[in-house]
Design a protein around this ligand. Structure first.
Ligand code: NDP
Ligand code: GO6
Length: 321
């Protein structure tokens, strides 16, 4: 057997917490694809959720190791994290008034006690919560909770990387950033303000790939890695125009002012109100692009890893034709 020069890095062991989730399953796949020994937390609370159990079994078939553990059993979390070098948490965000993100404090406790983890990536993968101190209620709870977790990580002196800065394509691209639907509008498209604010879009699998790239990289130790690849940074008008060019049809554009958009929050359920707040920060304020990367301990992913061929927005839109 020949010895590959990258053997040492490939012996890194990665634990994914939240591995059956929308984003977490992509982290598991990316970790396996990079040749890392990949562990996935198997929670007893999954119970009869057959879809999640089947997903876990498919990970096992692809070489992952399932580790039993529960957030209501501190010992089990310590035992799980003791087996690995890197922990990536993809805990769900805040949608139904539950505070799942804060469960990560239990994971922080376990990692602190175990003492062996060389890198922890908490559940981030969106707007940089450090820049969202002014965010609107009720959506701000997402950022407040992520910041609470960050502070616990830093207080425990756990080595970390925060990955932030892009909109998941599945929620923001195919629907031309319309709310409530994930498919393209047929006749009319709502344009947020002047529609010229720059927004970053990225395929979820590419976010997972960049995330996996950071875990053994000294350049990303105790830093925020921002996702802002040039070609996928565009305004809503540019996004709509790309779609129009692909399908050969013009859409009627209806501009909505910031005030009217915010007023639409009234009468919505909790998830809707959270969504309106988040869309406001992204599309009116431009919170993903209204600052330079590198000012305070930041790095840009596509600059760090120019070898990654991220999927362009055009290709993503073609899936909906
Ligand atoms: P999901 O809703 O898919 O949930 C992920 C996992 O969270 C679940 O699979 C589950 O893990 C775990 N989880 C949920 N509730 C509990 C609980 N009570 N106890 C223990 N574990 C629980 O999350 P997403 O993939 O949508 O979100 C992941 C991250 O991505 C969040 O930080 C979110 O804010 C961010 N995000 C960013 C977006 C963007 O556009 N940039 C879009 C959407 C999300 P298990 O597998 O063990 O069951
Ligand atoms: C995505 C959404 C889409 C909400 C982030 C309501 C955290 C982030 C870019 O879960 O609430 O229709 O950064 O009607 O840091 C949800 C949230 C998007 C998806 C926003 C998100 C993005 C969370 C909707 C909707 C398409």
């Amino acid at each position: 057997m020949s010895c590959r020069p990258d053997m040492a890095t490939k012996s890194i062991k990665v634990l994914v917490v939240g591995g059956t989730g929308y984003f977490g399953r992509r982290i598991v796949t990316a970790s396996l694809a990079h040749g890392y020994k990949t562990f996935v937390l198997q929670r007893p609370e999954l119970g009869l959720d057959a879809d999640k159990v089947q997903l876990l079994l498919s990970f096992k078939k692809q070489g992952a190791i399932l580790v039993e553990g529960s957030f209501s059993d501190h010992r089990s979390l310590v035992d799980a994290v003791k087996q690995v070098d890197v922990v990536i948490c993809t805990m769900s965000g805040v949608h139904f008034r539950s505070h799942n993100l804060l469960l990560q404090l239990k994971l922080v406790e376990a990692i602190k006690e175990a003492g062996n983890v060389k890198r922890f990536l908490p559940s981030e993968f969106g707007m940089d919560p450090a820049r969202m101190g002014h965010a609107l209620e009720p959506g701000r709870v997402t950022f407040d909770e992520k910041m609470t977790v960050r502070k616990a990580i830093e207080a425990a002196k756990i080595p970390y990387t925060y990955v932030a800065g892009a909109c998941f394509a599945g929620y923001f691209v195919g629907n031309l950033s319309q709310m409530v639907t994930l498919f393209p509008p047929k006749e009319k498209v709502l344009i947020y303000g002047d529609g010229n604010t720059k927004v970053v879009y990225m395929d979820e699998d590419d976010i997972a790939t960049y995330t996996i790239k950071t875990i053994d990289d000294p350049r990303t130790l105790n830093k925020t890695v921002h996702l802002r690849p040039l070609e996928n940074t565009l305004s809503q008008r540019e996004l709509v125009e790309k779609w129009e060019n692909l399908c050969g049809k013009k859409l009627e554009k209806i501009s909505i002012s910031a005030d009217d958009f915010l007023a639409s929050m009234k009468g919505m359920d909790f998830a809707g109100q959270v969504g309106v707040g988040h869309f406001y920060h992204i599309y009116y304020e431009g919170c993903l692009t209204n600052f330079e990367i590198g000012e305070e301990a930041g790095e840009e992913a596509s600059k760090l890893y120019p070898d990654v061929k991220y999927i362009r927005v055009d290709e993503l839109l073609k899936l909906y034709l």
